[in-house]
Design a binder for this molecule. Structure first.
Ligand code: NDP
Length: 239
């Protein structure tokens, strides 16, 4: 059997597509998100689904240790879970900021903290963080979301350098607009409307399979080759 792939945010959107893709490739997969029923509905082979909050290290650790007991050590961790409640700085609630910081930043650290020591010990392994073009440049109504994604970039780049000599790869994939329910986290109807208006300029977002293709491509490179970053968007997306 192929090696264990752990995917956070696997109940929806990009993470769900990753789950299907890596399962089809013959990997055992551990799927992590809060909505377990949605992951179970995928009905994938050699798959463990656990309801966890990615901000809670004890929950993430318990799930990973259980999957590793069955399938061996994690070879690939994909940190995909994230939320995007957009808002104006003077109007958005502190709670939304807090949730974004916790989910989008701490949420990539919990699993990493669990799997990285063994990857270093074994001199192999890959961690892929799903960031965003909003982790490279700023957009209106995105201030805290951009902050969290800039953090994902900074953490990825720093960690990459520090573990490079141990042959471990830390990679960041930064998509532009992708067709998923991500905007549903935004509570401000006016912002949602203007986002959807802007989205018309690119006709539609990328389909999730394109992101899964990128993730598969970087993972399938030999372990001594690290595609450090991919930025991918619809050709018509100017920003
Ligand atoms: P979705 O809303 O479809 O998926 C988000 C996933 O994150 C869900 O599976 C959700 O599961 C999970 N999640 C959120 N909070 C938590 C939590 N506290 N604990 C566990 N799981 C959590 O959005 P996308 O697929 O679009 O988003 C995936 C990633 O891609 C995000 O990091 C996002 O920032 C990034 N991205 C998306 C873009 C887009 O245009 N769609 C563009 C650029 C980047 P559940 O609710 O069941 O817990």
């Amino acid at each position: 059997m192929k090696k264990l792939v752990v995917i956070t945010g696997a109940s929806s959107g990009i993470g769900k597509e990753l789950a299907i893709t890596f399962s089809k490739e013959g990997h055992p997969v551990l799927l992590l998100a809060r909505r377990k029923d949605l992951m179970e509905q995928l009905n994938l082979e050699n798959c463990i689904c656990k309801s966890v909050d990615v901000t809670k290290k004890d929950q993430v650790e318990k799930a990973i240790l259980e999957a590793e007991e069955k399938y061996g050590k994690t070879d690939l961790l994909i940190n995909c879970a994230g939320i995007m409640p957009l808002g104006k700085p003077d109007k958005q609630s502190y709670e939304e900021w807090n949730n974004m910081v916790d989910t989008n930043i701490k949420g990539i650290l919990t699993g990493t903290n669990v799997v990285l020591p063994n990857m270093i010990k074994e001199n192999k392994g890959t961690i892929i963080n799903i960031s965003s073009i909003a982790g490279r440049k700023t957009f209106d109504n995105h201030s805290v979301y951009c902050g969290t994604k800039f953090a994902v970039h900074a953490i990825t780049e720093s960690m990459r350098k520090e573990v490079a000599d141990k042959n471990v790869r830390i990679i960041v994939i930064s998509p532009g607009v992708v067709e998923t329910p991500l905007l549903s986290h935004t509570t401000d109807e006016q912002i949602k409307e203007s986002y959807n208006e802007w989205k018309k300029t690119i006709e539609s977002g990328l389909d999730t399979q394109k992101i899964a293709d990128c993730v598969k491509f970087v993972y399938c490179m030999p372990q001594d080759v690290c595609v450090r970053e991919i930025v991918i968007a619809k050709t018509k997306q100017q920003d």
